[in-house]
Design a binder for this molecule. Sequence first.
Ligand SMILES: NC(=O)c1ccc[n+]([C@@H]2O[C@H](COP(=O)([O-])OP(=O)(O)OC[C@H]3O[C@@H](n4cnc5c(N)ncnc54)[C@H](OP(=O)(O)O)[C@@H]3O)[C@@H](O)[C@H]2O)c1
Length: 349
Amino acid sequence: MTAVTMDGRRLSEEIKGKIRDEADTFKKDGIEPCLATILVGENPASKVYLRIKHKSCEEVGIKSRNYQLPEDVGREGLIELIGGLNKDESVHGILLQLPLPRHIDGYDAISAISPDKDVDGLHPYNVGRLSSKRYNLIPCTPEGIMVMLSRYKIDIDGKYVVVIGRSDLVGRPISKILSHVDPLQELLFNVDTLLLNSNATVTTCHSRTRNLEKLTRDADILISAVGRRHSTDLSSSRKLLESLIGIFNSLGYYPDFSKRFERDGFIITKRMVKDKAVVIDVGVNKIEGKIYGDVDFENVRKKAGYITPNPGGVGPMTVAMLLHNTLIATSKQTKHELKFDLERLFGLE
Ligand SMILES: NC(=O)c1ccc[n+]([C@@H]2O[C@H](COP(=O)([O-])OP(=O)(O)OC[C@H]3O[C@@H](n4cnc5c(N)ncnc54)[C@H](OP(=O)(O)O)[C@@H]3O)[C@@H](O)[C@H]2O)c1
């Protein structure tokens, strides 16, 4: 059996088509949705990500501008720029590209963004709203993952989910969303029905989790957001150990050999995955100039039920959700009704 590949690229194109139509309806009312991005310094990966985001905005008819600040800009300079964009009525969304240089406190900077323009969903107000199941704007990657799970009609209710990673951007919000239940929540932009009643049982793991594999092997849905892979192939000693560990595991023993695997970095191998599991690969690893996920895709797909390719899975969905969040933000600020209906698009009615 080979897993169903969850084609994030194709789904994101479909969503972008709908967003383009929706952006047109704003323009007919004289409103031009606009996203402002801020880059501090010259991080090459950040520049690539921003280029993709701006190109996608252009594709769907959302205006975008980038504000480039020098690496050594002070906190005040950055906060002043954000303050100006908060007041600028022609800007509806603000995205501060992370990571920031070490001398700037990211929490401080993000807190300066108006919560209604915070299209990354990282402002403390929006984080609090998410925790209380009263969504305002939510981080794009978790939103994209939920949309994919819905589109592929993955049953989440009561399932055991293991999330590897506990960042504010991915691990924490997706863990919260997946365990939510709130049947009484008023609907907001319909997408919330996808997010409010997940009812999964979630374990969030991180670099200090002991015996991670014991947990991942039980996961109906496994989400990996680590990005610490160092090689494309398993080392020969690891391959040997992998088979030995497999024998131990089948006898109910779970020896922790993670220290021995440092050369390879963090990889989800076939042995770590439950039969027919849904595997969502968020991690981005650049190895010898090419992008790979956290998951040993070719082998894991022989065991999993569903799997996201990487690249081509979560990444394009994240960008599509950024566009979606920009329209939500524009709608809130201009009182122009947002008709975009993810539920209908996903055939969930
Ligand atoms: N495809 C997309 O659209 C998209 C979007 C966002 C992020 N990403 C990628 O996803 C990855 C994670 O992003 P992030 O912002 O969440 O990164 P992050 O803040 O660096 O978080 C990484 C997480 O992985 C955990 N971790 C590190 N080594 C581990 C190990 N050996 N075993 C178990 N857990 C381990 C860390 O644990 P500690 O907390 O203990 O340090 C941390 O919680 C990155 O590669 C990033 O580029 C992709």
